[in-house]
Design a protein around this ligand. Structure first.
Ligand SMILES: [Zn+2]
Length: 340
């Protein structure tokens, strides 16, 4: 099969990879319909995270089940399925509490390489959720968004306690930040402040339900959020970047007693204890338990109540994965979809 492999920073190649097969009796193999490039794929692409030799890439996937292992009981060949970036059993105590991405049996999907024609999915009954039927082509980008960026933005909004009567601010205008706006709107937030300097991204944020746009960042961005909230700060702030600056911007834009939901993968973030102590802010976040939200998100997409697939503003065939990485790295695309 064909699959994307990162050889060195800036060097992604689509090449022949071995076809995946059932290894454990709880595995499934799926034929991908579409996959995509994640903001977090850019960390190794830029050399900020190191890779040991050629690495298969990709952890976002939707497709049709080809084959299942002997112990798989609920997932069946022919079903269209959505999974997320951690395989999980959906039965352990941690999964049952809603934290599938910390499942005691979790397996990271990235090393299995979802930017490919086929993918082995461990713990198939727990990891995969089937759609009611095979969807029409135009719904595929939205289901693919549910695999990571929508589920991650949703968790950020839940962790920040976005809801009725709350003012929500979103730090970060990548796909996760934009879909956190959508999630906050779905959860009933009263006011949603999107922090973005890019016209096309501001436009999508407004379409997804943002009520205000703040173009400043850092301490100026904090001051602008305070100006909009009687000097108090937002009730809920979603952090969707993962840098020191964005994390401090999120904490400082939150009012005392408010909640920060942080879902940007942290890189060299250090929190000052004394400032945190006096901030009176709740912090919750981490790798999103996307699996928890998949049944609800699939239902919303199937019934066309949300359109998260609009974050894909570039679509290329899998063989042009290198171009997809380049466009995202240079911020020419919000998110690139790869048709398989
Ligand atoms: Zn579990």
């Amino acid at each position: 099969m064909r699959g994307a492999v990162l050889h060195a920073p800036g060097d992604v190649r689509v090449e022949d990879r071995e076809d995946p097969t059932i290894v454990a009796p709880t595995d499934a193999v799926i034929r991908l319909s579409a996959t995509c490039v994640c903001g977090s794929d850019l960390w190794p692409y830029r050399g900020i995270e190191t890779v040991d030799g050629p690495s298969p890439m990709g952890h976002e996937y939707v497709g049709v089940v080809e084959e299942v292992g002997s112990e798989v009981t609920t997932i069946k060949p022919g079903q269209f399925v959505v999974g997320s970036f951690f395989a999980s059993d959906n039965t352990c105590e941690i999964c049952r509490s809603g934290y599938h991405s910390s499942c005691v049996q979790r397996e990271l999907m990235g090393p299995l390489g979802a930017q490919a024609e086929y993918l082995r999915v461990p713990l198939a009954d727990g990891t995969l959720v089937a759609t009611p039927d095979v969807p029409s082509d135009d719904l595929i980008p939205s289901f693919l968004a549910a695999s990571d960026v929508l589920g991650t933005g949703w968790f950020g909004a839940v962790a920040a306690q976005a809801g009725p009567g709350r003012t929500v601010a979103v730090v970060g205008d990548g796909a996760v930040g934009l879909l956190a706006v959508l999630a906050a709107r779905q959860l009933g937030a009263e006011r949603i402040i999107a922090m973005s300097r890019h016209t096309s991204r501001q436009k999508l944020a407004l379409e997804y339900g943002a009520t205000d746009i703040v173009t400043e960042r850092g301490d100026d961005g904090v001051a602008a959020v305070k100006d909009l909230t009687d000097g108090l700060g937002a009730h809920s702030v979603i952090e969707a970047v993962g840098t020191q600056e964005s994390m401090m911007q999120a904490i400082r834009a939150t009012r005392p007693g408010g909640h920060v939901g942080y879902v940007g993968v942290a890189h060299d973030v250090t929190l000052p204890g004394e400032e945190l102590f006096f901030s009176h802010v709740h912090l919750h976040g981490g790798p999103a338990p996307v699996r928890q939200y998949l049944p609800e998100l699939i239902d919303l997409i199937w019934n066309r109540r949300i359109d998260p697939g609009k974050v894909f503003d570039l679509e290329l065939p899998l063989d042009q994965a290198a171009e997809a990485y380049r466009a995202m790295d240079e911020r020419q695309a919000i998110k690139a979809l790869l048709r398989v």
